[in-house]
Design a protein around this ligand. Structure first.
Ligand SMILES: Cc1ncc(COP(=O)(O)O)c(C=O)c1O
Length: 409
């Protein structure tokens, strides 16, 4: 039990305590953690921190009071829509993260469907097994049903399986760009066609790829259209605090038109304090996160994002080639920033334990079992060290498939 100190403690001592507390954390700067961090250089981090501190006390709930934040948010949304081919009618808003963007897309789709068909049963989301847990979390919180369909052999969503799972109560189908477990991009054009035929809302979860895939494509990475260019796509989630490289607490949710956007917000006035409206699930929002997103996007510009994307893509290619030399196969054909790999002849749990002993935080995927990486610039200098340790961990692991891994997020 930690009691509130009887008397306050001076900042120098607290600072020391904070520094001490972090010493046992993973060395993320040393590229030792395969997710949670999206680092794009100290210059970018500095811009994000300075901008955040300048608007540290301001509150995104009070856009009436803070015209600055209102302007930053609408410009962030416009910059994002420009990347994702949002037409004249497209719109959106910032949220505090991917999960919140997904919740609000689900809510908007549900509200629209229920309004159109008040007699419908329990509203349902249909998605591939690889879709992020946030969709099932949203369904659970909102009293909806979540249905997950098997993946194709290349680990992408199977439009036929999704088509077969759609019922009159389906309000949303989901495609991921990319899906987190294997980093592969779902067939959005096929899902778009299906959504139009069956009159359901297609949400594209580009929390990972929203601010990465556009630049990867500019650099020549081949992938089909996946954003608002695809008919049938109604909403897109894209996280700024991942490959937008800004402070945590920043995502964007975009809609094809104002009618679909209308379901994102929530209005209330049946209390003594007047009209209350938010586009977000949360009320108070860190002004710093909004200001930092605006500043980092403008600091990097298209050119800056492209330069970082090129380096992340090269890092993935080096890692992918290295694990192949050690006899592992990549799961599917990941073309962006995530890679998972494994081998049916190898004891993945023992290899992961060997990597853990060598100071790497290990991400796993299961069924089939493998190791998982979401890459950023902290990994660029340590690919060779990682591969050397992987070779050593393979050499000391027992041969054969071994125990099933327990994949934790
Ligand atoms: C594809 C995808 N969607 C959604 C999310 C959820 O984002 P957040 O953790 O910001 O809520 C993640 C997080 O990694 C993700 O990879």
């Amino acid at each position: 039990m930690t009691p509130l100190p009887k008397e306050g403690i001076a900042w120098p001592e607290l600072k020391e305590q904070l520094q001490e507390a972090g010493k046992a954390d993973v060395d993320w700067r040393g590229g030792r953690v395969p997710m949670f961090i999206h680092y794009a250089g100290d210059d970018v981090l500095d811009v994000a921190k300075q901008a955040y501190l300048m608007y540290f006390s301001e509150n995104g709930l009070g856009l009436r009071a803070f015209g600055s934040l209102q302007r930053f948010e609408s410009e962030v949304v416009e910059m994002g829509l420009g990347l994702l081919h949002g037409g004249e009618l497209a719109t959106g808003a910032m949220t505090t993260g991917g999960t919140e963007s997904i919740f609000l897309a689900v809510k908007a789709a549900r509200d629209q469907a229920v309004q159109r068909k008040p007699s419908m049963g329990k509203p349902q989301i249909v998605m591939a097994e690889s879709a992020h847990p946030a969709f099932s979390k949203a369904a659970h919180f909102m009293g909806m049903e979540s249905v997950r369909t098997p993946l194709r052999a290349d680990f992408t969503a199977d439009p036929d399986a999704i088509a077969a799972a759609i019922t009159p109560d389906t309000v949303m189908v989901v495609g991921s760009v990319p899906a987190f477990p294997h980093g592969v991009v779902d067939p959005i054009p096929e899902l778009g066609q299906l959504a139009l035929e069956r009159e359901v809302w297609l949400h594209v979860d580009a929390c990972v790829g929203g601010y990465f895939a556009p630049f990867a494509r500019q650099l020549g990475v081949q992938m089909p259209d996946w954003d608002f260019l695809v008919p049938g796509v109604v909403s897109i989630s894209a996280d700024l605090h991942k490959y937008g490289y800004t402070a945590k607490g920043a995502s964007t949710l975009f809609f094809r038109d104002a009618a679909s956007f209308a379901g994102m917000g929530w209005y209330f006035d049946k209390w003594p304090r007047g009209q209350y409206f938010t586009n977000t699930l949360v009320g108070t929002r860190a002004g710093g996160a909004i200001a930092a997103a605006w500043a980092v996007m403008r600091f990097l510009g298209e050119d800056g994002y492209r330069r970082i994307t090129r380096r992340v893509l090269l890092t993935r290619a080096r890692l992918q080639a290295g694990v192949a030399r050690l006899g592992f196969g990549t799961f599917g054909d990941p073309r962006l920033s995530i890679l998972s790999y494994g081998s049916a002849e190898r004891d993945i749990a023992a290899i992961g334990a060997g990597m853990t002993r060598r100071g790497w935080t290990v991400g796993y995927v299961s069924n089939p079992d493998g190791l998982h990486h979401m890459l950023n610039l902290t990994h660029e200098p340590v690919v060779d060290a990682y591969l050397d340790d992987l070779a050593a961990a393979v050499a000391e692991a027992p041969s054969g498939g071994g125990e099933r891994v327990v994949a934790r997020y």
